[in-house]
Design a protein around this ligand. Structure first.
Ligand code: MV4
Length: 499
């Protein structure tokens, strides 16, 4: 096993990886930008190295500086976390050249699966179901028109280098096709410096379900079941579950999707952890979408239900150990749900809400896991993703996991920045969500129909809470009792009222 590992990331995921390293008695090395000098991941790591200014293009994305830091601190391996350089084949290859292990799949597998069209071709070749369409270039209008007619409208134009919804265009009829191709091509060129686009049949109101896979260097490859990721806003996931309520209704789909995922992984000579994404329609069909060649933000729900620590697993595989279990050893127990808690204002179109976290009370108790990257007094920088923490609950069944989430959200108190906590409380109370019968259309519909909490209403609620706290403090009883803490809490709360 490695002696020293550098984490090329920040925030909650860096903290998560440091925890795994400590459990395995591996020395952890953090990197940080100017904006992260006082960050939690820097405080928690054994060593830390400054790598540049706040802009991630000048720090967390600088391969040269990260490799320099790794050499200076004698790291055996680099864990890229999620985002930043985690799916960068060039970086994986550069690590190998420097004799440093990249904790992730081999560079060739990342490259092969990085192009959506190449991945689609591979999936088709091995007999995994793909959405009807074509990998051929759709940039030529004649070609595209013939293709779209064959598969039938509505169709979806996608960028070959895309993913995450960028460069996508829905086309409902032939008259819209030419302009849509022009738009999608130029958007793809701008976003990815690659203008290649392709066509798929548009799947209406799909569910987004993904399969976790793991492979070692000896050809052993397993799947760890699915995650339900249909709750997304602008292609950003906000809540994930394991198992998927859809798969719970159609249990035969897990093995079928798992097999399809493994066929693709095998064909790509995949090693380490990865995720194969699918769209599922109402009729029990599912279609391969893309492969994410990294540890994912939502990995904890799989950990809680399978009992395996996925970061331990990544480290073991990268260090050359064989997978410690076989497919038939894997069992799924209970239900887990994750809410991504962001410093953003759901009442203001999720506008980022950077600032200083003045007070923080974090939820805990039975069945609650909080993967947080913040502490009271920390100023949330504007430069990065606003994710503060992932709140994850586990319970024997879905209803109990929801009740636990509602309870944990009620314990969660953050002042100084606005958060998505109140929105998740509303989602937990929604009958449609609780029924578990939803698709990717759920969240946009929910946000559109939901009555936005007006400012006076929110203030009234805060005023009531403050009055209750003041009363409790006055009588030295009730939920809030520690003097100094109370008065700061009240000051901050009042400060919020005056904002
Ligand atoms: C689709 C689709 C419908 N039909 N492909 C969005 C992100 C990208 N990874 C693929 N996406 C979609 N591809 C076909 N042929 C609908 C989406 C989609 C979506 C997928 C997953 C989760 C949320 C979504 C929201 C809008 C559209």
């Amino acid at each position: 096993m490695f002696g020293r590992v550098l984490i090329a990331n920040r925030g909650e995921i860096a903290v998560r990886i440091i925890r795994a390293l400590r459990e395995l008695n591996i020395h952890s090395i953090a990197v940080f930008s100017d904006a992260d000098r006082a960050a939690l991941h820097v405080r928690m790591a054994d060593e830390a190295e400054h790598i540049g200014p706040a802009a991630s293009s000048e720090s967390y994305l600088r391969q040269d500086r990260i490799l320099e830091a790794a050499k200076k601190h004698r790291a055996d391996a680099i864990h890229p976390g999620d985002g930043f350089l985690s799916e960068n084949a060039e970086f994986a290859a550069a690590c190998a050249r420097e004799g440093i292990v990249f904790i992730g799949p081999n560079a060739e597998a990342i490259r092969r699966l990085g192009s959506k069209t190449a991945a689609r071709t591979l999936a088709k070749q091995v007999g995994a179901p793909v959405v009807p369409g074509s990998e051929e270039q759709a940039s030529d209008i004649g070609n595209a028109r013939a293709l779209a007619r064959k598969i039938g409208y509505p169709v979806l134009l996608k960028a070959a280098a895309g993913g995450g919804g960028k460069g996508m265009r829905q086309v409902n009829e032939e008259s819209e096709l030419e302009a849509a191709i022009r738009d999608a091509t130029s958007e793809a060129e701008h976003a990815f410096h690659n203008s290649e686009i392709y066509i798929e049949k548009f799947v209406e109101k799909p569910r987004h379900i993904e399969i976790q896979i793991a492979g070692d260097h000896y050809g052993n490859l397993v799947h760890l079941g699915e995650r339900e990721c249909s709750l997304q806003r602008r292609h950003q996931k906000i809540l994930e579950e394991c198992p998927s309520p859809w798969i719970a209704r159609h249990p035969e789909l897990r093995a079928a999707m798992g097999e399809a995922a493994l066929k693709i992984a095998r064909a790509a000579s995949y090693d380490n952890l990865g995720t194969v994404e699918f769209l599922a329609d109402d009729k029990g069909n599912f279609f391969f979408l893309e492969v994410n060649t990294r540890l994912q933000v939502e990995h904890p729900v799989t950990e809680l239900v399978t009992g395996y620590d996925l970061v331990h697993l990544q480290l073991r595989i990268a260090a050359g150990e064989a997978l410690p279990f076989r497919q038939q050893d894997i069992a799924w127990r209970g239900w887990a749900m994750e809410c991504r808690i962001g410093a953003e204002d759901p009442e203001a179109n999720f506008f980022p809400s950077p600032g200083t976290i003045t007070q923080l009370r974090e939820p805990s108790g039975p069945g609650v896991r909080l993967d947080s990257g913040v502490y009271p007094g920390w100023t949330v920088p504007l430069e990065y993703d606003p994710l503060l923490a992932k709140l994850v609950t586990w319970a024997p069944d879905r209803n109990a996991a929801i009740e636990r989430m509602a309870r944990a959200l009620a314990e969660y108190a953050v002042t100084g920045v606005r958060t998505s906590v109140p929105l998740f409380q509303e989602i937990m109370a929604d009958p449609e969500f609780r029924a578990g019968n939803f698709s990717t259309a759920f969240l946009p519909d929910f946000l559109a129909k939901r009555k936005p909490r007006s400012e006076p209403e929110a203030q009234l609620e805060l005023a009531v809470a403050l009055a209750a706290a003041a009363h409790a403090q006055h009588h030295k009883q009730g939920p809030i009792q520690t003097g100094a803490y109370d008065s700061r809490w009240l000051t901050e709360g009042r400060g919020q009222l005056l904002r």
